[in-house]
Ligand binder design. Structure first.
Ligand code: NIG
Ligand code: FE
Length: 408
């Protein structure tokens, strides 16, 4: 199958299959008036000043002189969950904080109850519909975490849903086991015992069944402390998983220092990160997975993404789509906030939603740039340049989404 994407006004893309840090974060190639030749879902060639003969192709996609970028990569989502939590809105408006709601048995634990009750089929239907919506926003690859089951059976159920989307959905899906998302009610005040159970039983079982590529833990005040996180991450690494950690979201309790020391692939949230955490992450080669729409939704401050770039930490921006702290799956909104709140340039933002998250979910050799040999995942934007995409907000500017060479 040969496809030609013709009449591209501007093709903007990072280059290379590695994490872009420091001054490379803002390095994008911009080609004007080009065409992209795709063969069997893979980019074959970028043709300069292209006026190729369309009749030599099975399919011709006309970009109508608009902007084309790589398909977006959303490196942090919790998109498999039962129910919603719209009732928390009134509590939030009345002034309740995220951890207040969690401590009162709501928040994540509310979603845990609803996810345990949901059938595998119902979870699949709901989650696959989210993936459809994300594709419409230009996201062509995403990571998905478990973590609303917190028992062996319900975590495996969530992971099976994630893996069956990986098999059956157009979206490229990367599964992460996050059994350490909260202390389940059965282990109230027994966090150490729950960690023990995760390390001894759940992590090995998830590995045995081949259901995840990463393990993640919520290292936070009133959830798991740094010592518990270390133990969990060590067990995960010994089992052969790559590591992620939710760290310094509300309080900096050592999660980012640990991430750097253990050379975790990514540390995520980072709103409250301190200098020592940044230094550790830079030394450990850990990607900063920043989640500005969550800051917005929690009314929190914003992670110091610019300072992290200056420290030489690769920065990625993700949606964090989940029913509590970020009920939006529109990565374009996070991109707007990346410019307006993190003060990143559009070029730095493009890197943060393409190659950097691709590398942080071990897909850097496959997606995240438009280059010969990479998967043909692209967005044709209703915009002449990427500045326009970052400047407009609240609309969906993704006009046509191409996944493995096919329009979706
Ligand atoms: O990344 N912070 C922890 N986990 C999610 C929120 C999950 C929830 O509230 O349901 C997050 O924001
Ligand atoms: Fe999260």
């Amino acid at each position: 199958m040969k496809t030609l994407v013709t009449n591209i006004g501007c093709l903007q893309t990072p280059v290379g299959s590695y994490s872009h840090k420091g001054s490379k974060q803002g390095l994008n190639e911009k080609y004007n008036n080009v065409e992209v030749v795709i063969e069997d879902g893979i980019v074959k060639e970028i043709v300069a000043n292209g006026k190729s003969d369309g009749s030599a192709f099975d399919q011709v996609i006309d970009a109508e002189g608009k902007l084309v970028t790589p398909g977006l990569v959303d490196g942090h989502t919790h998109l498999v969950f039962g129910g919603y939590r719209q009732h928390e809105l009134a509590m939030k408006i009345a002034g309740a904080g995220y951890l207040d709601i969690l401590r009162a048995g709501g928040g994540i634990l509310d979603t845990v109850r609803k996810t345990r009750d949901a059938s595998e089929e119902a979870l699949y239907e709901k989650s696959a519909a989210f993936l459809d919506e994300m594709l419409g926003f230009g996201v062509t690859t995403c990571e998905v975490k478990s973590g609303y089951g917190l028992t062996m059976d319900s975590e495996l159920k969530m992971l099976r849903v994630i893996n069956s989307m990986k098999e059956n959905h157009k979206m490229d899906v990367v599964p992460t086991f996050m059994g350490a998302h909260a202390i389940p009610p059965e282990y109230e005040d027994k966090g150490d015992e729950y960690i023990e159970f995760l390390c001894k039983e759940m992590i090995p079982e998830v590995k045995k069944q081949g259901l995840a590529e990463f393990c993640d833990i919520f290292c936070e005040e009133a959830v798991f402390d740094a010592a518990q996180s270390r133990k969990y991450m060590q067990a995960a690494r010994e089992a052969g998983f790559d590591l992620k950690i939710h760290a310094d979201e509300i309080e900096a309790i050592g999660g980012t220092e640990l991430a750097g020391e253990m050379e975790a692939t990514s540390a995520e949230h980072l709103i409250a990160i301190k200098e020592s955490g940044m230094d550790a992450m830079a030394a450990g080669g850990t990607t900063a997975m920043c989640l500005p729409a969550t800051s917005f939704y929690l009314g929190a401050t914003y992670a110091p993404a610019k300072a992290m770039i200056e420290k030489g930490i690769p920065v990625a921006i993700a949606s964090d789509f989940n029913p509590g702290s970020c009920p939006s799956l529109n990565l374009q909104l996070a991109m707007n906030l990346g410019c307006l709140k993190y003060r990143l340039t559009p070029e730095e933002v493009l890197t943060a939603v393409t190659i950097n998250p691709a590398c942080a979910i071990n897909r850097g050799d496959l997606v995240g740039t438009i280059e010969p040999g990479k998967q043909a995942d692209m967005v044709i934007w209703n915009a002449p340049d990427f500045e326009m995409v970052c400047y407009r907000f609240g609309s969906n500017l993704a006009e046509k989404v191409i996944k493995k060479g096919e329009l979706v």
